[in-house]
Write a protein that binds this ligand. Structure first.
Ligand SMILES: [Zn+2]
Length: 442
């Protein structure tokens, strides 16, 4: 543990040192804009270059013929990383060169294979994007059939919610005075939650246990990972010797629980190698692997706490909560390094009043609904970008005089893409019409 901490410190130390020269250069020339990134995209006959800038700029653009070029001058601007323009080309764009003019302006020369109509415009900062300079190059001779082809929207998927009914089979869990068994209650609530999620557009349920049989905790975690769950919810009912104890609790994994788990996952490198976005752990030394896995777990725990907060907030609305904050503990079923996981103690089965509630189908349904509300609130903010629910993350309300293509430009997407997502034919827009803005890398 100590070794890892000091390694992490060193790791952070090195990266801040490396950043220092860049920062001081910026301080010297406070009025100089910086190009932090250049992106190239193509749709139909249009090639688009987007310059990400840290402030507003003045620019001019003109054409030169024989050979065909478009020249872009940006006042008081620096390209910090020349690597951005290396190998930037497509069928129209032969290459990009840059140079400094008047000692402080940036000149960008676009070498072209064909004559174009260039167009440029600036985009003001949005919530998730800064100043952008957009250059559109329209290729006049671009083959017509391609223009007619419909752009395919990105392949999107449902969010997978794994529902784990605690205990089962030879392990009945806790039991109440009326003889109610935890394993039965958890399965009943799990099935109700499954039914609700099935009806929720953009989400798909997976029952980890679907019957009265025993399942090990590791097996449950494994199944959630196999089903590519975006979230695991483990359902339980609490029990305490004082029968007055009452209310629901929500748990996420504790950092200590995670740390000991790191060691275990590392012992199974075969399993661990696919955990961190394609980073193969086998070829790295253990310390690097441990740091990477730790970072992944820390992120997963953060997400678990976040979704746990939402669910606890909803449970508060339908009844008492035992602890007003999400608790953290080392429950084995929460130990997926890459699947946010929460454990719910829905109520105290040891409390006779709560036991009766737990048995009631109406109350079970109420509980399931509260869980779904919490989960859907969480995913309406944090849907993974390749899911249907991520579409709802951005909405645009059309204002008077706005055109589809202007809106598409604003969000850095194709007009046709915007049409397909919103099932719009033609160019008609109502004032105030809400438009879903598909996820883009912009
Ligand atoms: Zn339990």
């Amino acid at each position: 543990m100590d070794n890892r901490r000091s390694f992490l410190k060193r790791f952070i130390g090195i990266s801040s040192m490396a950043a220092a020269p860049v920062l001081s250069r910026v301080a010297e020339a406070a009025q100089t804009a910086r190009v932090s990134n250049i992106r190239l995209s193509q749709s139909y006959n249009r090639t688009r270059l987007v310059f990400d800038l840290d402030r507003n700029i003045d620019h001019s653009i003109f054409r030169l013929h024989n050979p065909e070029r478009v020249v872009l001058d940006i006042k008081d601007t620096q390209l910090i990383d020349a690597g951005l323009i290396e190998q930037m080309h497509n069928t129209l764009l032969k290459g990009v060169r840059t140079g400094v003019r008047n000692g402080r302006d940036l000149r960008v020369v676009l070498d072209l294979n064909n004559q174009v109509t260039p167009r440029s415009f600036l985009l003001r900062p949005e919530a998730d994007a800064g100043h952008r300079l957009v250059i559109d190059l329209e290729d006049k001779d671009y083959a017509a059939p391609v223009v007619k082809k419909k752009e395919q929207p990105k392949k999107l998927r449902d969010i997978v919610v794994a529902i784990d009914a605690g205990h089962g089979g030879k392990d009945p869990g806790a039991s109440g005075h009326l003889g109610t068994r935890e394993k039965d209650i958890t399965l009943q609530i799990a099935r109700k939650l499954e039914r609700l999620i099935k009806k929720y557009p953009g989400m798909k349920p997976v029952l980890i246990r679907n019957g009265d049989y025993y399942m090990g905790l590791r097996e449950r975690v494994q199944k959630a990972r196999e089903k590519k769950a975006d979230l695991l919810i483990s359902l339980h009912a609490d029990s305490y010797r004082d029968t007055r104890a009452r209310g629901s609790s929500v748990y996420a994994l504790s950092v200590d629980g995670a740390s000991s788990e790191t060691a275990r996952w590392l012992a199974e490198k075969e399993n661990a190698s696919d955990l961190i976005g394609g980073v193969k752990l086998d070829n790295k030394d253990d310390m690097v692997a441990e740091v990477l896995l730790d970072l992944s777990l820390t992120g997963t725990i953060q997400s678990s706490l976040d979704v746990g907060d939402e669910v606890l907030g909803e449970l508060k609305r339908i009844g008492r909560v035992h602890k007003r904050r999400v608790q953290q503990a080392g429950f084995a079923v929460l130990k997926s390094p890459d699947v946010p996981s929460i454990l719910l103690e829905t109520a105290f089965i040891s409390n006779p009043r709560e036991e009766r509630k737990l048995r009631s189908p109406a109350h079970q349904r109420k509980t399931a609904k509260a869980i779904l509300r919490g989960v859907s609130d969480y995913f309406s903010r944090k849907a993974p970008p390749d899911t249907w629910l991520s579409l709802n993350n951005k909405q645009h309300k059309a204002v008077a005089g706005e055109t589809l293509s202007a809106i598409a430009n604003r969000y850095d997407i194709g007009t046709e893409e915007l049409r397909v997502y919103n099932r719009i034919n033609g160019n008609q827009l109502r004032i105030g019409q809400p438009l879903k803005i598909p996820y883009t890398s912009a």
